[in-house]
Write a protein that binds this ligand. Sequence first.
Ligand SMILES: C[S@@+](CC[C@H](N)C(=O)[O-])C[C@H]1O[C@@H](n2cnc3c(N)ncnc32)[C@H](O)[C@@H]1O
Length: 330
Amino acid sequence: MQRLNVRRLPWPTDWAALFGAERPLVLEIGFGQGHFLLHLAQERADANLVGLEISNRCLTRVERSVERQGLRQLRLVHSMAETALQFLFTPASIDEVHINFPDPWFRERHGHRRLMQRNTLDLLVNRLRPGADLYLATDIRAYADMSHELLAATPGLDNRLDAPWVGSLPGRVVTRYERVAREEGRCCYFMVWRRNDSPPPPAPRAKELPMPHVVLQSPLSLEAMRARFEARQWHHGATHVSCSRVFLGERSLLFDVYVKEANIDQHLALLLLERQNRPGEFTLQPAMYGHPRATEGLHLAANALADWLLSLDDGTVLLGRKTRGPDSEG
Ligand SMILES: C[S@@+](CC[C@H](N)C(=O)[O-])C[C@H]1O[C@@H](n2cnc3c(N)ncnc32)[C@H](O)[C@@H]1O
């Protein structure tokens, strides 16, 4: 079974084409050892099931079961849920979501790494189709309180229960975390919310941009440019770019770049290449190592490096720039 990865799938993904059938799209976020997801696959032959998980160990383990059981309508994706929700799914495209026992070290975790938080929930609600159900289970009372507060303050969702949560849901399969919680005498809290018809919260686009591309003319040699380089950082809103090293190749400079954006981090290389038969002309573009994706942050990195190169010498001029500014539309 070929592992799907958010970095390699099309943005957004045409799930009906990937599954070969138009069926309701059901998601489990952080499936762990897969008990819930595998059980769901047995019960929901009517659905296209997607499991999102960051742990390679969990993916390998559950992939084996998927293969053994021949579950063709279940696909596992190696991704942070936040990244997948932003880039793989279009607004109002998901029919059901399950989140079982997220963030087990809740109190020790910094808020920004928590799955249940305002930005991620808004993104999730944006991707839910009206009528879609969101199921959340936790065994941490403080997490249940925090989640209920967040969910109740979300205009796009209505509580399907008469109370903030229930202690069990009939017919629900027991996951590993639930079993451990019960064995240790802890309660479980189950919540069910439904997407209503109110307008979706604003959320980042799922669309991928074209690759950035800049053409420069400079009297400086690649060696001279490298000699002027110092580690640099650029920031715009929630996007941070750092370029800490540069390497000199035969006809190129390779800039080692780290791009950190709201729902995705990328470690990639931008290449400054001498143009064939055009002395003094250079193109700046992403190197195709490591499968870079054309996010707004990658465009910020290309723009910032191009501006730095242009600042090196009065004789350096811009011949062409195919990049997106941070506030451009499209
Ligand atoms: C506490 S375990 C629960 C596993 C399973 N759902 C259960 O109930 O037994 C949380 C799981 O979520 C995964 N996880 C945590 N944060 C995630 C994120 N942002 N995106 C995707 N998976 C995540 C972890 O790797 C882990 O497997």
